[in-house]
Design a protein around this ligand. Sequence first.
Ligand code: SAH
Length: 344
Amino acid sequence: MKKNIKNYNLEELKEELKSIGEKTFRAEQIFKWLYCENVNSFDEMTNLSLDLRKKLEENYSLGLFKIEKKLESIDGTKKYLFNVQDDEENIIESVLMSYHHGYSICVSSQIGCKMGCTFCASTGIKFARNLESGEIIQQILEIEKDSEIKISNIVFMGIGEPLDNYDNVMNAIRIINNPKGLNIGARHISISTSGIVPKIYDLADQHIGCTLSVSLHSSNNKKRGEMMPINKVYPIEELMKACNYYIEKTNKRISFEYALAKDNNDNLKDAKELAKLLKGMLAHVNLIPINKIELGKYSKSSNENIIKFRDYLNNCGIIATVRRELGSDINAACGQLRRQNLKK
Ligand code: SAH
């Protein structure tokens, strides 16, 4: 099987080219074709010799996807189902959202998810594998090409747990960040995690500069454990210790995600516990009215409860906002993405 050329960051590609007897400056030329010109074939790389183009064609792939389906919401959000064209013909989902400040993409990091959160549609079908760096990036490239736009913000909130595929996600970010790659600054990238504590420490030490979102959903170990099995491995106390370390190391605010489910985690007692937990922290709370999923036992809190919850936090000096719901009519909202497989 040919190697996906988009799995290499710029330094690695230089090494790779050296190993096949080519000059290293070719790597920058190739990067430009891949990430600025978004080409569909090595043949289009016209400043490379015919010989080199042939050599690349024989040894590497461009990791292109096939668009299996495209759905458009009434609010303009688009969901893409990509066939990653592997042996299994796996399908992944990515979402394009348009804001006044530009276009954001929600990318998947794995094919399926191992975390088992009980309110999320990505749980369910079996976990298949991690996405490679090139496959993470290809989601951006396919959407830019198809929608004829330039993406300015990336959130790792699609299918999968990005910190469970740490190395590939970090390498993808290196390519995304590189001014000769996609040239999107770290502050325009958010990583969302269910709370893989050791990887939060790694991320803090790596000074990557992205925004960290932590899916909290409850400040109570019993309740959180019921919603998120990972809490049994890394309970709230350990998670908060890691978050405080992250803030101390990076001086960056953490965004805590809190999906409000009716009669579960949405009453004032929950808000009080949450306020106590986050008091004095450099944090922001993102309240998400929970999205109903097939077979899910949770339903959305009432608007009234959501506002009460938000106001309580704000009155305690904790910044909390309610996230705008996008794309729920096409199952493109938070937690509604799932893994599919064409062969089945
Ligand atoms: N695995 C990562 C990223 C993927 S989920 C994580 O857990 O953070 C992206 C966000 O959507 C997370 O905050 C997740 O908890 C939230 N989410 C999942 N299912 C949801 C649902 N049904 N309604 C609202 N938010 C949901």
